[in-house]
Design a protein around this ligand. Structure first.
Ligand code: HEM
Length: 419
């Protein structure tokens, strides 16, 4: 690892402002280089071939919660660098129940428990719930004739909040509060945080867990079928380290449902509008499924997570000892010019390729089918209802700076609906 080129030297100051731009630069200027060194304990993978190979490597597991909390808290700008945030705080203790921080033998069970509910062949049992959530969120978009709104605020976040809320039997006011809390919890994705950011995210995470636990307990006693199946799965797990209650498990593992799927719905519409492709959906219904794949290739919501070597891993002559963090820049391989011609251009007829929007290999996102279904239902409802959107002229649409999440700072749109 010590012989690898140094990431920080290559990318220079300000690299964290835009992870996609940094990845683009590396792929163009250093396409000959593979892994880069990011300090003593971490390497970074950004090219398509490296991310693909490493995502499949069994030796590269999830980063255990104590390591993740320690390294993540180092992102905080603080006067006392030794005063790290303990992983017992609310956000990290929630994350400790997420499959994303588990490794064998526990990982297989906690992953399957979620994944089996959202397999491709059975995710469509939630179609009607999704459509109903989309319909109710659509009502909040302005005027029957025309108006302007922030799309993420007015539609995307309430829509996915209502969907996941309905799945576990939340009251509408509980879903609405969770949607609101997500705006604060998401500060954990900032690549540089202040102690105030950490404290706010932590407070919001505690409240979120509390609401989900209450709703889950209510749903269980009310006979919610999905919760009953998952409770039985949790009960059957004999490995140490599992969540102490189904509510705690649901809060941890649905976090991306409540948060990241909202970003995906917004990013899909934004890319379609920015690339002038939204209108195409009205003339060809078969494009609906392809829209989110291509839009989220260009604007993948989750740009960075860390894998962690559980046993020694040799990759292209580089020996990664146990305990090496592997920063996976998930947004970059989707834009690798050696694989995708004019990678930032939206094309309906792109050849099918393995994409990394949802990660890959043994940790491939178990929520991906639900996420795609939710994006598709939103678009299909817009088409069915004849809803037209336009980016607001003169607005400078910007991505959140220094964030591991590709999310627009603001997303105002003009909305026109048939009167
Ligand atoms: C568009 C929305 C989403 C995106 C972009 C996304 C992205 C990702 C990515 C890139 C990973 C791989 C992380 C890694 O290997 O290090 C992942 C894993 C994971 N995602 Fe998602 N996700 C989304 C939605 C969801 C949803 C809806 C759920 C829950 C219902 C979910 C639950 C998880 C879990 C539990 C893992 C860990 C899997 C494991 O380690 O085996 N995600 N996601």
């Amino acid at each position: 690892v010590n012989d690898l080129p140094d990431f920080f030297e290559l990318v220079g100051e300000g690299w964290q402002a835009d992870l996609v731009a940094t990845g683009d630069r590396l792929m163009v200027e250093h396409s000959d280089l593979g892994l880069l060194r990011m300090g003593d304990e971490t390497v970074v993978a950004y090219r398509y071939r490296d991310v693909k190979a490493l995502s499949m490597a069994r030796e590269a597991g999830n980063m255990p919660i104590a390591v993740l909390a320690r390294r993540s808290s180092a992102r905080e700008r603080r006067s006392d660098p030794d005063a790290l945030v303990p992983h017992e705080n609310a956000f990290f203790s929630m994350l400790a129940d997420q499959a994303f921080t588990h490794n064998p033998p526990l990982h297989e069970h906690t992953r399957r428990m979620l994944g089996r509910q959202f397999l491709l062949h059975n995710v469509h049992r939630f179609d009607e719930v999704a459509l109903e959530a989309a319909r109710s969120a659509l009502v909040a978009l302005p005027g029957r004739v025309s108006g302007a709104a922030d799309f993420a605020e007015a539609f995307a976040r309430p829509y996915v909040g209502a969907f996941w809320g309905a799945i576990i039997g939340m009251l509408p006011e509980e879903s609405a509060e969770v949607v609101d809390l997500m705006r604060t919890v998401r500060r954990v994705f900032m690549l540089e945080r202040t102690p105030e950011d950490t404290a706010a995210a932590d407070w919001a995470a505690a409240r979120y867990v509390d609401i989900v636990c209450r709703a889950t307990d209510r749903g269980l006693s009310g006979g919610n079928e999905l919760l009953a199946q998952m409770a039985a799965d949790l009960e059957a797990i004999g490995e140490p380290g599992k969540a102490g209650s189904l509510g705690a498990y649901m809060a941890a593992n649905l976090f991306d449902g409540f948060h990241t799927v909202g970003v995906a719905v917004a990013n899909t519409l934004y890319v379609l509008l920015a690339e002038g492709r939204y209108e195409d959906l009205f003339s060809d219904a078969t494009l609906l499924a392809r829209a989110s794949v291509e839009a989220l290739r260009i604007a993948s919501p989750l740009l960075l997570t860390h894998r962690y070597t559980l046993s020694p891993l040799e990759y292209e002559g580089v020996e990664l000892p146990v305990g090496t963090g592997i920063a996976m820049l998930w947004g970059s391989p989707n834009l690798d010019p050696s694989v995708f011609e004019s990678p930032h251009e939206f094309r309906w007829d792109r050849e099918t390729q393995v994409l990394f929007t949802f990660g890959g290999g043994p940790h491939l996102c178990p929520g991906r089918n639900a996420a795609r279904m939710l994006v598709e239902h939103a678009l299909s409802l817009f088409v069915a209802e004849g809803v037209c959107f336009r980016l607001v002229p003169g607005v400078d649409y910007r991505w959140e700076a220094a964030s591991a999440m590709r999310e627009l700072v603001e997303f105002p749109v003009e909305v026109r609906r048939p009167g």
